[in-house]
Ligand binder design. Structure first.
Ligand code: NAP
Length: 514
């Protein structure tokens, strides 16, 4: 890296002074990529969002805001190579970066398409009329955007998608956003943010970029603001318990740690196509984004009778994964986001190894030259033979290329093991036996936000275990945070207020036109 990027926040429609502070380090070779700016004036940002961004967005209809999202997606698409160039410094291979960059742009396109079937109006009807009396007096729920600011606090693993997946439903709903990316890869988020500003597609005040600390932002929020957080359960618990969040009933949604499981069906023998599909998916989930996906498979649940062949097949495939410089085409496993993040993985892996046996990996690879200063870590497979006696394997997330293989005896046990994660974002089932799939789905759905069922016939069309799609809910109960992002309208709900209107038909008929 030759030119060090001086990062700039964006407040009240202007770029803030160029940063010369804390260095942000390349995950590949330890070089300095960027420098952080000084603390921004969060009071100014909040004021501007409320007084300028919100009114400007609320002047537009849902359909107009959809067109704005499309223009932003096109602008990002036209300049995406600028993002790829920076993305490799986060440790990502080209294909990892595509997941982040194209996934984010695709989310904007899907929301733009969904807007076409939304009203060309400023409020949205929610459901139909409710008959509440014998005369001309009925009920109708409507949805209107909140008048405050949406605060987005993002995790480090998806510097682009993480910003865009929250912005799409927020902007379409009609709320301005203050985006606070995780510090470690914020140079990539800033680059994508800059493209959106330079596109000219956004009204004044619609988005602002807060780099570094949130300062006293949380003391200033009120009931018309909304916080969407992605990150660790520890930070989520700290922030959602902020006295001002509680006192002012500030909306708070969280996407946090998740010990996602993938289940190989009881019908699947080693020679079945589902067996190979399963092994490939597990390995892909362990290695894509170097395992730094909130939805990644952490627990591999297989029938006890086939655990050894599954272990052999996964280990063999993992053994072929080339680790190294993510800019090299042959590299399959890039680096973790930084040395600090690798230290967390190593610490959590040590905790998991109190219970589970190491099958493969578990160490820093020996690489050459400057790559020795990078944040690389070998793909690591653990095994626990009595998973219902385990505790940490269902609770501790090593946020890297780490997963634990575990056996189950019958469907009831598979459900119990899956649910021991106490709430997860995603679970997948590889089986074509409908009664087993039915039992599993009924048993695990209260604990899982999304369930993917794959067999030999649909595998080529499958979107994959780990892909959070804009069409479907992303979020899970309990440990996963209880949030519900994406999913079309579902993801817009934190930014819209539902009101029940009671009136005569003539008045109600005009409401949808407001
Ligand atoms: P983190 O330390 O909790 O940080 C998450 C975000 O919160 C970052 O933007 C961070 O900013 C910010 N933050 C930290 N302390 C804060 C405070 N006191 N006040 C305001 N903001 C604060 O989590 P992380 O280590 O970056 O992310 C890894 C975790 O995220 C993993 O456990 C993973 O499971 C989870 N994750 C979940 C999802 C999901 O959708 N469920 C997606 C991705 C990741 P700084 O970077 O500036 O500290």
């Amino acid at each position: 890296m030759t030119d060090i990027i001086g990062l700039q926040g964006y407040s009240a429609d202007r770029w803030l002074p160029i940063g010369d502070g804390t260095e942000l380090i390349s995950a590949i070779d330890g070089s300095t990529v960027a420098r952080m700016p000084d603390q921004a004036d969060v009071g100014e940002m909040l004021d501007h969002a409320r007084k300028v961004g919100g009114p400007a967005l609320r002047k537009m209809t849902f359909q107009q805001r959809g067109k704005m999202l499309r223009a932003l997606a096109e602008a990002l698409g036209a300049r995406k190579e600028e993002l790829y160039a920076l993305s490799s410094h986060t440790g990502a291979t080209r294909s990892d970066s595509a997941f982040d960059i194209e996934g984010g742009i695709g989310t904007f396109f899907v929301y733009a398409s969904k807007a076409k079937s939304m009203p060309d109006a400023h409020v949205m009807l929610d459901g139909g009329r409710e008959a509440i009396s014998k005369g001309d007096f009925q009920g109708q729920h409507i949805l209107a955007p909140l008048t405050g600011a949406a605060i987005h606090i993002n995790a480090y693993n998806f510097p682009v998608w993480g910003m865009l997946e929250k912005l799409a439903p927020t902007l379409l709903a009609g709320m301005p956003a203050i985006v606070k990316p995780a510090t470690v890869g914020s140079y990539l988020t800033q680059a994508a943010f800059r493209i959106m500003i330079e596109s000219g597609a956004l009204p004044d005040g619609a988005v602002q970029l807060l780099l570094g600390s949130t300062g006293d932002l949380f003391d200033r929020l009120d009931g018309q603001d909304s916080v969407a957080f992605t990150g660790s359960a520890e930070t989520a618990n700290l922030l959602k318990a902020h006295p001002n969040i509680i006192a002012n009933t500030v909306r708070f949604t969280a996407e946090q740690d998740s010990l996602n499981a993938s289940v190989l069906g009881p019908d699947v023998k080693p020679d079945a196509p589902e067996f190979d599909l399963y092994v490939k998916e597990v390995v892909r989930e362990m290695t894509q984004k170097t395992g730094q996906k909130c939805t990644a498979i952490r627990r591999i649940l297989v029938p006890a009778a086939v655990i050894d062949p599954v272990q052999t097949a996964i280990a063999k495939r993992l053994g072929k994964m080339t680790i190294g410089d993510p800019r090299e085409e042959t590299t399959r496993l890039g680096a973790l986001a930084g040395i600090g993040q690798r230290d967390d993985v190593i610490a959590n892996l040590a905790t998991l190894r109190d219970e589970a046996e190491l099958v493969l990996g578990g160490a820093i690879p020996e690489l050459e030259g400057d790559l020795q200063k990078g944040a690389f870590f070998n793909a690591t497979l653990l095994r626990h033979d009595r998973p219902l006696d385990g505790d940490k394997i269902h609770a501790v997330e090593a946020f890297g290329p780490v997963a634990t293989l575990m056996p189950y005896e019958d469907m009831g046990e598979a459900v119990a093991i899956a649910n021991a994660g106490q709430g997860s974002l995603a679970l997948s089932i590889f089986s074509r036996e409908s009664s087993a799939v039915g039992q599993l789905v009924a048993g695990v759905s209260p604990f899982h936000g999304r369930i993917l069922i794959v067999d030999r016939d649909n595998a080529e069309f499958s979107s994959g275990h780990g892909a959070a799609l804009p069409h479907l809910q992303h979020g899970g109960p309990g440990r996963a945070g209880g949030g519900a992002e994406l999913g079309g309208m579902i993801g817009m709900m934190p930014y819209l207020q539902r009101s029940a209107i009671q009136a005569s038909e003539a008045i109600l008929a005009t409401i949808g036109e407001i």
